[in-house]
Design a protein. Structure first.
Length: 512
């Protein structure tokens, strides 16, 4: 299959997986809440929330491993590929053990001395901590296998395994409803069992399909490779910690000045933003291996081309859903929540705006990742993320509104955008003029036309469901038309036409 068609197919697979996972996840959450009750469900989520703060570590490790695997695939160096996988697996096992020790020591102290938990629930909470620390270990060990599937661009197998995880959790939730014993402990056992099954599936499938995962024990004597792996993961982790600090620190600052109602508004905004982000990041997950493989094959021209394509399409996919949502945010939130908390409308709009700005240069970040020369990019990103907190605090201390903190985030994303453009020019050789012509100009035309179409609808119609439908249709049609004529290039149009022709031909064949 041609690389371009594979990217489109993998993106479609990831979208399908997301739809299934969301639907099954919503049903599971409802059943688990019913089985555990509000108090036990709250305890589980409290412990799970503390443990999940280490999820950024998984992301950093996966990005590091996948970069080196994809790079070796591009070089077609099978021997080095096997070594990278082996070193990564041993490192992940060691990191998993360290994370368990960290969770156990910090978690036990927190449960006994910091968190507010009823005395008769302390024993159950500690048991949950032990079980969830085991699940984190298995998820960390699974990272190299996930990285292999992503590097090999086998999104179908990866999606099927993740859907199987979700379905197993749903079956576990159904079983909980009839379980006569301690349901809180049993649910934690189910989660651990699902993580073990998922790891075993990944190990067996990868071992059967990909020779680099067939382990031959050896000494870790390649210090250069170890240094490269840990250095890449270290800088990536620094930026991830900055991002996590921003995400966790902003609600704390808002809480100090405005109380829990504003936290509720910020939480809702993040839920909306998370869904919008997925639509865009799915294409990055599909195109990232292609960019890194091209760098490994020393095809810098293709690296530049794909990174600019990623920038445009990530923004377009996010903007397609975000623009009508931003315009009709008051009515959408009213329809969804009835009476949303104060500040929710503004928070949702500002968070989506900051995400749109991030998407404009996300492909450039991947191109820089591919070169391995990531130090300065992630120092800048991590530092700017951290800087949000003191700036936001001083603004609120000076009497500014709650919105000012989110405007700081928007400003920070603008700075990050220009930092990526500058570094991509210096490190990868992507021309600033070409980036403006092939990314900034198309997205400005498409976005401007779409926003104008949405504003026309809200000026001439009263608030209501009909206006929501009309606004969404007008925005979508305007977006697709201007996107086709101004947003995508001739080569991409030809590829889309070929795909549609093949789909039509297959449909006619099946119909006969």
């Amino acid at each position: 299959m041609q690389p371009g068609n594979r990217v489109i197919l993998n993106t479609a697979i990831l979208y399908a997986k997301m739809v299934v996972s969301i639907l099954v996840g919503l049903i599971s959450t409802r059943l688990v809440l019913k089985a555990l009750g509000v108090e036990d469900y709250g305890i589980y989520n409290l412990v799970a929330g503390v443990v999940s703060m280490l999820a950024f570590l998984n992301t950093s490790l996966a990005a590091s491993t996948q970069r080196f695997l994809s790079f070796s695939l591009g070089k077609q160096d099978v021997r080095h590929l096997k070594k990278i996988f082996y070193y990564s697996l041993i490192l992940h096992i060691g990191i998993g053990v360290c994370v368990i020790l960290l969770i156990e020591t910090v978690g036990i102290y927190g449960i006994k001395h910091v968190l507010t938990i009823a005395p008769d629930k302390i024993s159950n909470t500690l048991s949950i901590l032990h079980l969830l620390s085991c699940s984190v270990f298995f998820s960390i060990v699974a990272v190299p296998y996930i990285a292999v599937l992503i590097s090999r661009e086998n999104m179908l197998l990866l999606s099927l395994i993740e859907i199987a995880e979700t379905v197993l959790k749903l079956l576990g939730a159904v079983y909980l409803l009839t379980y006569p014993g301690n349901r809180l402990i049993m649910y934690s056992v189910i989660i651990v069992a699902v993580m073990i099954i998922s790891l075993l599936l990944k190990m067996i499938i990868c071992r059967m399909k990909y020779p680099e995962t067939r382990i031959v024990f050896q000494s870790l004597n390649d210090r250069t490779l170890l240094r490269e792996l840990t250095s890449f993961a270290g800088w990536y982790t620094f930026a991830s910690v900055g991002s996590m600090g921003r995400g966790q620190g902003i609600p704390m600052i808002l809480n100090v000045f405005f109380g829990v109602v504003v936290n509720a508004a910020y939480g809702i905004a993040n839920q909306v933003n998370g869904l919008m982000q997925f639509f865009a990041t799915a294409i990055l997950q599909s195109i990232r291996p292609q960019i890194i493989k091209s760098e490994g094959a020393q095809d810098r021209i293709r690296v530049k081309k794909l990174s600019l394509v990623a920038c445009r399409y990530m923004f377009f996919l996010c903007a397609l859903f975000s623009i009508p949502l931003i315009i009709e945010m008051p009515y959408v939130l009213h329809l969804w929540l009835g009476n949303p908390p104060e500040y929710t409308i503004g928070f949702c709009r500002l968070v989506l705006l900051s995400t749109l700005l991030f998407m404009i240069t996300c492909g450039l970040g991947t191109a820089i990742d591919a070169t391995g020369n990531i130090k300065w990019m992630y120092i800048w990103m991590g530092s700017l993320h951290f800087l949000n907190l003191p700036v936001g605090y001083f603004l609120l201390k000076a009497g500014m509104s709650a919105y000012s903190v989110l405007w700081v985030v928007v400003g920070e994303e603008l700075i990050c955008m220009w930092v990526r453009i500058y570094l991509a020019n210096r490190i990868v050789g992507i021309s600033v003029r070409k980036f403006v012509r092939r990314v900034i100009v198309p997205i400005t035309i498409v976005t401007g036309a779409t926003v104008l179409a949405g504003i026309v609808a809200i000026f001439y119609m009263h608030t209501g469901f009909l206006r929501l439908v009309v606004t969404s249709m007008l925005c979508t049609c305007t977006f697709l038309i201007t996107g086709w004529f101004c947003g995508i290039e001739n080569e991409e149009k030809s590829r889309f036409k070929n795909i549609m022709h093949n789909i039509t031909a297959q449909f006619k064949l099946v119909k006969r």
